[in-house]
Design a protein around this ligand. Structure first.
Ligand code: FAD
Ligand code: FES
Ligand code: FES
Length: 479
């Protein structure tokens, strides 16, 4: 049974919309239809955080609070969730939320344009953590920009919330909200509005039926890339196939020395898991967009986008990851380094989707990854480099190197690897290898960085990897 009605919770009631517009952003719905204008529009591309809202999601009989950018999420994606707006933070008796009180007490607002977004990011942080470290605060607020107050008062407001007992009205109403969320039976959704269609199957078998029946479908996962076609390129997407209602795609498994990540797994969930295997992977993910982006964005979306500067791609390539493709035909496995064809073109065939990514666990290897971007947080890479090396008795037994931002596709440095393999792990050999990078790559040249800058940085990162391994010490400004 499919339904053309989406249901979500707003103000402790189930809100229903019949055939919502699949291209309407949640932000426009809130501001124009609900006439709630606390949530602001700054950039309309996920970069400033002014539009931050919080979604409550049912997980293991509990509610998980996720800050997201309403400007780059579509209205039907609200199905089955609790929508929390800045206006909802004030309780019925008119009392401000502790987060709002803290912002006032510490003078965290001047013009006020960014304030609702900060308050919502802080609210999600407050609800999800008992104690707040500087790292949690920095991470939670890295997706919000302020152009007049300055960050110190805002950070001080956040710090003052540390170890505050959560006794807000959301806590008091939690049982009721959980019951309401359970009441919304997640159905297969099929919406049609003004010649635009939106499908949200809840199983892979239903997804495959849609793939057989329909053509010209655009897959949608977190939407952090797809949505910009509407908000920035001003296009229409006629047929959307939303993948993130499918629970079977949201998993992380670890077996046979391999981590398998389902296509629908959020980057934030993945970053927490990968930390113990490859700490540098987590460090790169912490600088990937913002919490708002990583709460919804997926590794499969990053792979399918095939951007030369997609951050997970060089890391996955140097780990020799495989992707599992599914669709109308049999499920197949493909090495990631065979997947990218040319600029933003992949081997994905019509009707095929990424089911999962498999990442080998190398017990003897050293894994390093570096991201160079103009701004430290919430910025796209100019160059991203990743090194996976096994050294035995000062000899390089295995080495896999990959770079992003150095060619029209993210790719391995095959010639440089050949020069280094079976050679001594020495400064001289690494220095010689830096020259070979010129054979491996013809860097892209754009507003982020010139090609000569990129090449210079790539060489320096290879030497940095050598020095960090040699001295068994991290050479990082942010450590
Ligand atoms: C503000 C902002 C900051 C960002 N920062 C970074 C950053 O630091 N580093 C970085 O690498 N990227 C960054 N991005 C880009 C984006 O977040 C990533 O590419 C993200 O991983 C995309 O995942 P998604 O789930 O949101 O994909 P979506 O937007 O849903 O989809 C992206 C593409 O993949 C396809 N797709 C999605 N899932 C599948 C699947 N399972 N099978 C086949 N095709 C699929 C879609 O059709 C679409 O073509 C940023 C984006 C924004 C807006
Ligand atoms: S308006 Fe800037 S992130 Fe949404
Ligand atoms: S208070 Fe003015 S932009 Fe932050």
């Amino acid at each position: 049974m499919t339904s053309n009605i989406i249901e979500f919770i707003l103000n402790n009631k189930i809100h229903k919309i019949v055939n919502p517009d699949p291209n309407e952003t949640i932000l426009n719905f809130i501001r124009i239809k609900l006439k709630k204008t606390g949530t602001k529009e700054g950039c309309a591309e996920g970069g400033c955080g002014a539009c931050t809202i919080v979604l409550g999601e049912l997980t293991n009989n509990n509610i998980q609070y996720k800050a997201i950018n309403a400007c780059i999420a579509f209205l039907p994606m609200l199905n089955g969730k609790q929508l929390i707006l800045v206006e909802d933070l004030v309780s019925d008796d008119g009392k401000l939320h502790p987060v709002q009180d803290a912002m006032i007490k510490f003078h965290g607002s001047q013009c006020g344009f960014c304030t609702p977004g900060f308050v919502m990011s802080m609210f999600a942080m407050y609800k999800n953590n008992n104690s707040l470290t500087n790292e949690i605060i920095k991470d939670s607020l890295s997706g919000n920009l302020c152009r007049c107050t300055g960050y110190r008062p805002i950070i001080n407001a956040a710090k003052s919330l540390n170890k505050k007992i959560d006794n807000d009205h959301f806590k008091k109403l939690k049982k009721k909200t959980i019951n309401l969320l359970k009441k919304i039976k997640i159905k297969d959704i099929e919406v049609e509005n003004n010649n635009k269609k939106y499908f949200a199957p809840k199983t892979i078998s239903e997804l495959k039926k849609i793939l057989k029946k329909e053509s010209q479908l655009k897959f949608l996962s977190g939407g952090t890339d797809v949505s910009l076609e509407i908000t920035k390129a001003r296009k229409e997407i006629k047929k959307i196939l939303y993948l993130n209602s499918i629970k079977e795609l949201d998993f992380i498994k670890n077996r046979n020395n391999e981590i398998e990540v389902g296509a629908g797994t959020s980057l934030l969930k993945f970053e927490k898991y990968i930390k113990k295997f490859y700490p540098d992977f987590e460090i790169i993910l912490k600088r990937y967009g913002s919490v708002q982006i990583r709460n919804v964005g997926t590794i499969a979306g990053n792979i399918a986008t095939a951007s030369p500067i997609g951050d997970t791609l060089p890391l996955l390539l140097s780990l020799d990851a495989k992707i599992i493709l599914d669709g109308a035909r049999k499920r197949i496995s493909m090495p990631l380094n065979k997947f990218f064809v040319s600029y933003r073109k992949t081997k994905l065939k019509k009707g095929q989707f990424i089911y999962s990514v498999k990442i080998p666990i190398y017990k003897k290897n050293i894994f390093k990854a570096y991201k160079i971007s103009k701004r430290f947080d919430d910025d796209i890479s100019s160059v991203c480099a990743s090194f996976n090396v096994e050294i035995y008795k000062n000899q390089i037994k295995k080495i896999m190197i990959a770079y992003g931002g150095m060619s029209e596709i993210p790719k391995r440095a095959i010639y440089t690897e050949k020069i280094l393999i079976n050679s001594n792990f020495s400064e001289n050999n690494f220095y010689k290898a830096t020259k070979t990078l010129e054979k491996d790559y013809r860097p892209i040249d754009d507003m982020r960085a010139s090609k000569s800058y990129r090449m210079e940085v790539a060489k320096n990162l290879l030497m940095k990897c050598f020095l960090e391994v040699k001295n068994e010490k991290l050479l990082r400004l942010s450590q």
